[in-house]
Write a protein that binds this ligand. Structure first.
Ligand SMILES: Cc1cc2nc3c(=O)[nH]c(=O)nc-3n(C[C@H](O)[C@H](O)[C@H](O)COP(=O)(O)O)c2cc1C
Length: 167
């Protein structure tokens, strides 16, 4: 009979995950109380046909119930947009966000990339809910990316010759 292993502590799991470098996004949406945004790095692509992306939303976040079943936009931040990440994480008010005008779903002005999503499906993710969105519109620009690792922001320089053609 195998012995049940104790589950890893939240701190141990966080320490491992902090060594995984991600980009940084702000997920924007129309809520009952107006236009809102929330900083999220648990963002990944899922499928190209149909075009699906995933975000993982903490159950305790204010946006949790408001995002369920609603369209949203994932704004990928550029290297110079760290203050926006802090603002939409509720950490600092240093940056006053600028919003793109005449959009179907609220989005930031001038992110590195944006993907507007229609709600597709949601799944239980423990203390988070996994939301899949179907990408309905998108655009990108050139520039360095904002990153997050070791619980710190960093940057990744724009690459001219990636290995996309090999994958
Ligand atoms: C770098 C970074 C990444 C984050 N990623 C997520 C995430 O993926 N999902 C999430 O629910 N919260 C994430 N957060 C926390 C939210 O941004 C934060 O709790 C925010 O205040 C929630 O806003 P709300 O409660 O007004 O909806 C992240 C924060 C930071 C600084």
């Amino acid at each position: 009979m195998s012995e049940a292993l104790a589950p890893p502590s939240p701190g141990a799991l966080r320490a491992c995950m902090s060594r995984f470098t991600t980009g940084v996004t702000v997920v924007t949406y129309d809520s009952d109380d107006g236009t809102r945004g929330v900083t999220m790095n648990s963002f990944t692509s899922v499928s190209t046909q149909p075009p699906l992306v995933l975000i993982s939303v903490a159950r305790r976040a204010r946006c949790h119930d408001q995002l369920l079943g609603r369209p949203f936009c994932v704004n990928v931040l550029g290297a110079e947009q760290e203050a926006l990440a802090m603002r939409f994480a509720g950490v600092s008010d240093a940056a006053e966000p600028r919003w793109a005008t005449r959009t179907e779903v609220p989005r930031l002005a001038h992110p590195l990339a944006w993907m507007q999503c229609a709600p597709w499906q949601s799944y239980d993710g423990g203390d988070h809910t996994l939301l899949l969105g179907r990408v309905t519109d998108l655009a990108h620009r050139d520039g360095d990316a904002l990153t997050y690792a070791w619980s710190r922001f960093g940057t990744a320089a724009e690459a001219v010759d990636g290995i996309e053609h090999l994958i």
